[in-house]
Design a protein around this ligand. Sequence first.
Ligand SMILES: C[S@@+](CC[C@H](N)C(=O)[O-])C[C@H]1O[C@@H](n2cnc3c(N)ncnc32)[C@H](O)[C@@H]1O
Length: 382
Amino acid sequence: MEAYTELLLWAGEHGVVLNGIEPRRIPGRGIGIVATRALEPGEKLLHVPSAMLRTMDTVPKRISRKLPKKMKIHGLLAADLALNPHPGKYGKWNAVVPSRADIWDSLPLTWDPRLSHEFLPRAARDLLRKQEAKFAVDWAAAEEAFPETPALSRDDYLYAWLLVNSRTFYHETARSLKLPPDDRMVLQPVADLFNHADAGCAVLFSAASFAIMADRAYAAGDEVFICYGNHGNDMLLAEYGFVLASNRWDEACLDDAVLPALSARQRAHLDDRGFLGNYMLDAATVCYRTQVALRLMCVPLREWQRFVDGADDGGKGDDAAAQAKADRLLASLLGKYRETIEKTIDTLGSLQAGQPSQRELLCRRWRQIQTLIDTTITRLES
Ligand SMILES: C[S@@+](CC[C@H](N)C(=O)[O-])C[C@H]1O[C@@H](n2cnc3c(N)ncnc32)[C@H](O)[C@@H]1O
């Protein structure tokens, strides 16, 4: 019997209701949720009573009391999961979460740093560094709080911490509203088996329950998704360990293409005006920050300042000429960046660090970035 069959029996006894859906193993996506019959838009597919949530209030006092008062809910829930003080209570739920091997395989925070630090695209790497810093704070507190034998190991805590990172839902209560938004997170059974797509079912909550409602019609056998947020693939890679083949929210960071082309003076000007770095493009647009940096490389300083201040050129047509110059410059920078990416992909092909599946995931991500760049070059040159 699949572990999720037992989970459903246990959840059903506690008021969780599934309507027209069931969990199933899905190649490449672990467990997911599929429609067992035709579903209508707006149908309520899942009901989870609030009593089933794991929140800051369900972390036993003997755990929370030992941890710093200001510890984030992420770190608290991770300690609760790792120490597992009530194996009977949550045993059926714990049995369905991805294995430690699955988490180690997919999530960059556990990867060989030679791979994650040198080969993740910049946006994913920046997120990873933030995660590393957050984890270091939480782990330092947990390690100090639970030194007894058998001690809580770093890997036990990291595994739990990453499960929390990839499985929590936003939830408000009168109490959590007094806390920052990143402290309003809860774990909920069964709902945490929905996989992500760039558009998906609505997730609603009230004081009494969570509900998931069909966003559109589904045929029997279709996988039913929720949307974890309007995330690009670098975010999904760093935080959830996968990338979508098709993602309307995808974008790429151009800092490695644009920053090296700037002189020290130009960097200083951009920094002064708050425009240094964080240059992004998506399939349809290049961001305004990138335009500001390109303009600086294409026009005299006075003219650039007028551009940054939002002043037009009084109809003289200089602006169109400057934009054409900026577009040509961008196409050339992107062409060079594309070659660098090609070399990165080649290097990944012969690298020994990390697991083959991790290197393959990185190559897939770099190819997606190349496609975004190619689309932009074609647009700029047409
Ligand atoms: C909230 S869980 C969803 C259920 C999960 N598949 C499981 O087996 O328990 C989030 C994790 O599911 C996987 N996942 C979610 N959506 C995915 C997708 N579209 N493609 C591949 N993996 C996905 C990722 O491993 C992610 O970290």
